[in-house]
Write a protein that binds this ligand. Structure first.
Ligand code: ADP
Ligand code: MG
Length: 245
């Protein structure tokens, strides 16, 4: 799904050059659930933004779903963002509208897609486990529930690739577990390729693969594919947790 070779990103900031990625190599298979970890400033968000087509690499190779990202023109980049990826941020304050309801928040981006469909928005709300909160205003929802709305929005265009930058960075441990469980379910049930950035080592244990970045390079790569039975045990455990609360 994702192939990076010698990827370089240099930012120009007030006359200075900041080398955020310096020759990064990376390979992610279709249907894999990957966590990218690393210290603050190591280049995690930069990498995710490249993968999401939010910014362009300075040099190197980047192929996603067989397509050469460095050769994309503006139109192709827009189509890629619209049709292939779903993107989730740590802090959704900029993307969610507090005075609309949960379901209306999901409908808004679909308006831009010329597909205003209450039914579809409700399906998405259901997929992220928030159907019962559909008529609540966003500011009445907890941080974790708001994050679920953001995940619902990211799923609206039926992406192949779900990218999340520190999606659990602003919520407590239990909520973080529930959000991870949701990503796990989307990965398993929809076959979505999921890449999350996190600095939480504990959460990084619940994915297929962990990739560490240091100074803009992947310093280690550890493949740890869980068996389906193990994965289901974890899922059931967190479902019990959710029912208790
Ligand atoms: P992380 O997400 O791992 O904390 P980032 O990818 O945000 O790291 O940043 C990597 C490096 O690139 C940092 O040194 C950061 O200051 C720099 N950087 C990120 N975005 C920009 C930008 N738009 N302009 C200039 N420098 C940037
Ligand atoms: Mg970051």
């Amino acid at each position: 799904m994702i192939q990076c070779e010698n990827l370089v990103k240099i930012y120009q900031a007030s006359g200075l050059e900041v080398v955020a990625l310096q020759g990064l190599d990376l390979m992610i298979e279709k249907g894999e659930f990957t966590a990218i970890i690393g210290n603050s400033g190591s280049g995690k968000s930069t990498l995710l933004n490249m993968l999401g087509g939010l910014d362009r690499p300075s040099a190197g190779k980047l192929f996603i779903d067989g397509k050469d990202m460095l050769k994309f023109n503006e139109k192709e980049l827009t189509e890629y963002k619209r049709d292939t990826v779903g993107f989730i941020w740590q802090n959704n304050a900029r993307n969610l509208i507090p005075y609309l309801t949960a379901v209306e928040n999901i409908e808004i981006p679909m308006l831009l897609n010329k597909r205003l469909r209450r039914e579809r928005a409700l399906e998405l709300l259901d997929a992220v486990g928030l159907y019962h909160r559909k008529d609540n205003l966003l500011h009445q929802l907890s941080g974790g529930e708001q994050q679920r709305v953001a995940i619902g929005i990211a799923l609206a265009n039926q992406p192949k690739l779900l990218l999340a930058d520190e999606p659990t960075g602003a919520v407590d441990t239990k909520t973080a577990d529930q959000i991870m469980q949701l990503f796990n379910r989307l990965n398993r049930e929809l076959g979505l390729t999921v890449v999350i950035v996190t600095h939480d080592q504990r959460l990084a244990k619940r994915v297929d693969r962990v990739i560490a970045i240091r100074d803009g390079r992947t310093s280690s790569e550890m493949i740890r594919r869980k068996s389906y039975a193990e994965e289901m045990a974890v899922l059931e455990e967190s479902l019990d947790l959710e029912e208790d609360s």
